[in-house]
Design a protein around this ligand. Structure first.
Ligand code: ADP
Ligand code: RBF
Ligand code: MG
Length: 218
């Protein structure tokens, strides 16, 4: 049975992977770059193919991406307080399946389009994702423009579904899955500890990050 539009999954699916190279057509043809996850990991995902919404976090993104996170506070992008070593969690739309619009895909893929604008690619970074809800099945379209318009609508629906994350999604974005081991301070080479991740508050279309251990994000 196909789930209703925007249906929440009964249990979110948490996946961690390296970001690999895909077909190279995401950004160029569709204006929508997608971080592709490793094939061995995708093989083991027990979800039907389709378009999903959820969250994603990057670990060890290149320094220039980090700069963008700190300065970009508009729309759904996330402000990372400069003094707080938190990795942001971004609202994300996922495509899981065979890309039936194109006839060249031989393996099921999981691709994540993070609702944030990055200055640089982040291939080889670790991506942690939480798939939270289902939008629609994948389709073959009459034209590329139709696919592009549908993707734009998926992004719109994702923003709607992920509104008020502090109310609806706090158990997911505070899950220990999104904790990152961090060096205790810059000088320490040996001592690693688990640091609590960010909480996202989506208020009037602005996302703010709070340190979840205290509310002081300066
Ligand atoms: P590929 O076919 O190699 O996956 P894409 O055209 O889909 O190529 O581009 C994907 C790459 O773009 C990602 O691996 C990542 O490094 C980069 N990228 C930049 N911005 C984003 C974003 N907002 N969401 C996903 N990937 C992004
Ligand atoms: N590919 C399809 O063949 N059919 C789809 O319905 C489809 N929907 C997508 C929706 C979103 C939000 C995203 C990010 C991708 C979608 N794709 C779909 C995958 C798309 O074809 C793929 O990202 C590019 O071809 C790059 O690999
Ligand atoms: Mg891609």
């Amino acid at each position: 049975m196909a789930p209703d539009s925007l249906q929440k999954l009964s249990k979110p699916v948490f996946i961690s992977s390296r970001v690999i190279h895909g077909f190279g057509r995401g950004s160029k043809k569709l204006g929508c770059p997608t971080a592709n996850l490793e094939h061995e990991i995708v093989q083991n995902i027990d979800l039907e193919s389709g378009i999903y919404y959820g969250f994603a976090q990057l670990i060890d993104p290149p320094p220039s991406s980090t700069k963008t996170m700190e300065k970009n506070i508009e729309d759904l992008s996330i402000h990372r307080p400069t003094t707080s070593p938190l990795n942001p969690i971004y609202p994300t739309v996922f495509s899981l399946g065979w890309n039936p619009h194109f006839n060249d895909v031989k393996q099921r893929t999981l691709e994540a389009h993070l609702l944030h604008s990055f200055d640089d690619d982040f291939y080889n970074s670790t991506i942690r994702v939480a798939i939270c809800g289902y939008i629609r099945p994948e389709r073959k379209f009459n034209s590329l423009d139709e696919l592009i318009d549908t993707i734009k609508n998926d992004i719109r629906l994702t923003k709607i579904a992920l509104e008020k994350p502090e109310q609806q999604w706090s158990s997911i974005i505070n899950d220990s899955f999104f904790f990152v081991p961090l060096a205790e301070n810059d000088d320490s080479t040996t001592k690693i500890k688990m640091k609590k991740m960010a909480i996202i508050n989506l208020d009037n279309n602005n996302v703010h990050i709070q340190n979840s251990n205290n509310n002081n994000n300066n």
